[in-house]
Design a protein around this ligand. Structure first.
Ligand code: HXC
Length: 291
């Protein structure tokens, strides 16, 4: 779909680039000639991903372990990137956290675990990159991975829906504020693209079969579709486009809201089982984290 070397000369940071959608987007950018930085909380995961992507596509993937909830750590990471490698040209905000839960059962820590990463952390990275671009008189492109619930909300994932909706508004607001600096911000609102992190926390023990049946196109997303959209938004050629959040979901959100409303069917016992499955995934992921 794209010509070789389309992204040559670009230096792009993908937060959460060690796994899931972030890894897929990083891989595609690398294949098209960009130099990549990926960051996340798990050093072994970052290093393995960098190794595998460079084996597959060549090029350069550098890693930085960071918890984006910590503003000082975000600033140190961006200082290192600018110092060692020069200014970024692009940022993909992909780092996120989410799990399904009845909202009345969330503790303040549970809410904060999601909001501090998605809402606060994404702002820290976006602001840190933007202010360096403005100070250096450089243009740049930011792509944030959101969800279709930024338009209509979703039950059972309320901290995520609230946080991503905030980023949707950040995208519009900064597109205006930073437009005169040549900085553009767009966002992608994906429907169900199966990844391990999302499957284990949003559909624990289940499958994507229900999402397939409900979707007007009767399928989930294919990773190359998401990759291609992320390339389109990062590449040059349509730079007047900014402040947009583009859904890629087979019209799922238009048809049924794309939300978790069907979890109304779960019993209290089901939720106890769900929480145990989610915890098992969290315990597995915790190995190798910086925080
Ligand atoms: C209720 C829960 C819970 C659950 C954790 N908590 N899991 N509460 N139900 N299932 C509560 C804990 O009890 C604790 O509160 C608090 O949350 C913090 O838990 P920790 O495990 O200590 O937090 P932490 O290690 O920081 O982990 C953060 C996390 C975790 C968000 C909970 O899931 C994570 O790191 N996720 C990253 C990867 C991920 O989520 N991928 C899916 C992304 S999908 P107390 O009060 O007990 O101390 C996505 C978009 C979805 O983001 C779009 C799909 C269409």
């Amino acid at each position: 779909m794209f010509k070789d070397g389309l992204l040559a000369g670009k230096r792009i940071l993908v937060t959460g680039g060690g796994s899931g959608l972030g890894r897929e987007i990083a891989a595609k950018y690398l294949q098209l000639g960009a130099a990549l930085w990926i960051c996340g909380r798990r050093v072994p995961v970052l290093e393995q991903t960098a190794r595998e992507l460079m084996q597959q596509h060549g090029g350069s993937v550098r890693t930085h372990a960071v918890d984006i909830r910590e503003p000082a750590a975000v600033d140190a990471m961006l200082g290192r990137i600018w110092g060692e490698d020069g200014p970024l040209t692009g940022l993909v905000n992909c780092a996120a956290g989410n799990f399904i839960s009845p909202t009345q059962d969330l503790s303040p820590n549970g809410f904060n675990a999601i909001a501090n990463t998605v809402f606060h952390g994404t702002f820290y990275v976006t602001q840190g990159v933007g202010k360096r671009w403005i100070a250096g008189d450089q243009k740049g492109s930011i792509v944030s991975i959101l969800v279709t619930w930024v338009h209509n909300g979703s039950p059972y994932v309320v901290p995520s829906a609230m946080s991503k909706a905030g980023l949707h508004v950040m995208t519009k607001s900064l597109a205006v504020e930073w437009g005169r600096h040549g900085i553009r911000l767009n966002a992608i609102a994906p429907g169900a693209f199966p990844t391990e992190g999302a499957a284990k926390r949003l559909r624990p023990g289940g499958s994507f079969e229900d999402a397939i049946q409900k979707n007007p196109m009767r399928r989930t997303g294919r990773m190359d579709e998401l990759q291609n959209l992320a390339v389109f938004l990062m590449a040059e050629g349509c730079e007047w486009m900014t402040g947009e959040t583009i859904s890629i979901d087979g019209a799922g959100a238009l048809a049924h809201g794309g939300s978790f409303a069907e979890l109304d069917r779960l019993t209290d016992e089901d939720w106890v089982r769900m929480r145990a499955l989610i915890k098992a995934q969290d315990d597995k992921d915790r190995a190798g984290r910086v925080a």
